[in-house]
Design a protein around this ligand. Structure first.
Ligand code: NDP
Length: 401
């Protein structure tokens, strides 16, 4: 195959995607790494050359500069652009893709810089334009969103006549040996978890105070962990694409130490996303905080333990109630040994490569804007398992544990 791929943004997740692209040059025959800081792309290109003997191109680009990105795309002519920059860039990269005639994939939905609010409506509004251009945009193809949507589609296709109750459970039982650090971009992470909680029940969204609903859930080979109800973006597309769902919720584990730090950060105003005057200049506290917190990309070296992310589903099969749990456990150390990044970046990057692989091999097709659960889950499940994220199933188990 003679496919070209442009990877935009080479932070933690992008580094993992780059490794996975270089491991699959039968499909990704020409790779370009394009990011704001080109020296990071060059350093990563050297790593890929040393590890896999693969030559990749690099370029400096500010993805918010649509004309510059369009020109870069017109010049390189990628078949698909994988966006692992930040959610703020999504619409600009989609605009450039439309202008240059390039297919698109990302791992997180658009979020405006000045408002901690994320929903798919902004990106779904591009559907007709992508359709008319004969281009495909694949949204939210990381782990959650991403793999969790594919798990749900796989369950609906193979194990249920009707899925009714969905709990997405995301546990990080790893230890990075730092007092406080976030596992992916701190600004995005803190904005996400300090929002009000939200879940779907009987056709309506129910709001909760931030992190106010929690319970102990048991994760395979890990044990019981306190898990907090959060709003997470894939709930929005999953309830739309699986209208039989009566309830859909998202749970994430946090340790007490993490929550205490988070509360202090909020109470002292460091989670603010508006500008404040400081020494005659304007700064945004959460952006300043990002600059002093540990860089998520540097956490990998001493990270022990596992992530465990999956879907717990209840519904009907042959007229009888069935419960089902599908999940992946990922070792931070194994992720680091392979890519130099920890498990959270790894679990995001592997599905992103897999989604692009599905598109370029013709397994996922279509013109327009799609969420991952709208495609056939089977070839994705095969490829993602052989690419480092094997999955496991449990039937008729107690989902409340
Ligand atoms: P990082 O902050 O580590 O990396 C982001 C990268 O994007 C950096 O290299 C940065 O460049 C680059 N970048 C930022 N702004 C621009 C711009 N305007 N133009 C070009 N490049 C830019 O973030 P992560 O790798 O942790 O996260 C990447 C994405 O993955 C985020 O959108 C995040 O929400 C998503 N994610 C999704 C998950 C999922 O399961 N679906 C889980 C975890 C993350 P520079 O180095 O110069 O700052």
């Amino acid at each position: 195959m003679n496919n070209k791929v442009m990877l935009i943004g080479v932070g933690g997740v992008g580094t993992v995607v780059a490794h996975k692209l270089a491991q699959n040059t039968d499909v990704f025959s020409k790779i370009m790494l394009a990011s704001r800081t080109v020296s990071k792309c060059d350093a990563l290109a050297q790593v890929l050359k040393n590890k896999y003997g693969v030559d990749v191109e690099t370029a400096a680009v500010d993805a918010d500069d649509v004309p510059a990105l369009t020109e870069l795309m017109r010049d390189f002519k990628p078949d698909i652009a994988i966006n692992t920059a930040l959610p703020y860039q999504d619409l600009h990269i989609m605009d450039a893709c439309l202008a240059a005639g390039v297919n698109y994939l990302d791992t997180a939905n658009y979020e405006p810089l000045d408002e901690a609010h994320f929903e798919y409506s902004w990106q779904w509004a591009y559907h007709d334009r992508f359709k008319q251009a004969g281009l495909c945009a694949i949204l939210g193809c990381g782990f959650d969103p991403g793999q969790t949507g594919v798990y749900t589609a796989y369950a609906a296709k193979h194990h249920f006549d009707e899925i009714q109750y969905l709990d997405i459970v995301d546990c990080n039982a790893g230890d990075h040996h730092k007092a406080f650090a976030t596992n992916f971009n701190p600004e995005i992470n803190i904005r996400e978890i300090t929002q009000r909680g939200r879940y779907y029940e009987n056709g309506k969204w129910v709001e909760t105070d931030p992190l106010s609903v929690h319970k102990t859930l048991t994760y395979p080979e890990i044990g019981g962990k306190e898990s907090y109800l959060l709003y997470h973006e894939e709930l929005e597309s999953l309830v739309k694409n699986f209208p039989s769902l009566r309830r859909a919720r998202f749970w994430m584990t946090f340790g007490q130490e993490y929550l205490t730090h988070l509360r202090v950060i909020q109470n002292i105003g460091m989670a603010r996303i508006d500008e404040v005057e400081y020494n005659g200049m304007k700064i945004v506290p959460i952006q300043f905080l990002k600059a002093v917190l540990p860089n998520p990309q540097d956490l990998g070296e001493n990270y022990s333990g596992y992530t465990s992310i999956g879907c717990r589903i209840r519904g009907l099969k042959d007229g009888k109630e069935r419960t089902y749990y599908i999940y992946n456990n990922c070792s931070h150390k194994a992720a680091y040994d392979e890519t130099g990044m920890q498990g959270v970046s790894y679990t995001t990057g592997v599905p992103a490569m897999t989604g692009a692989y599905m598109f370029l091999t013709g397994k996922w097709t279509g013109a327009g804007v799609f969420n991952v659960e709208q495609f056939d889950p089977d070839p994705f499940m095969r490829k993602v398992a052989e690419s480092g994220l094997p999955w496991h199933e449990k039937f008729d188990c107690d989902l409340e544990l």
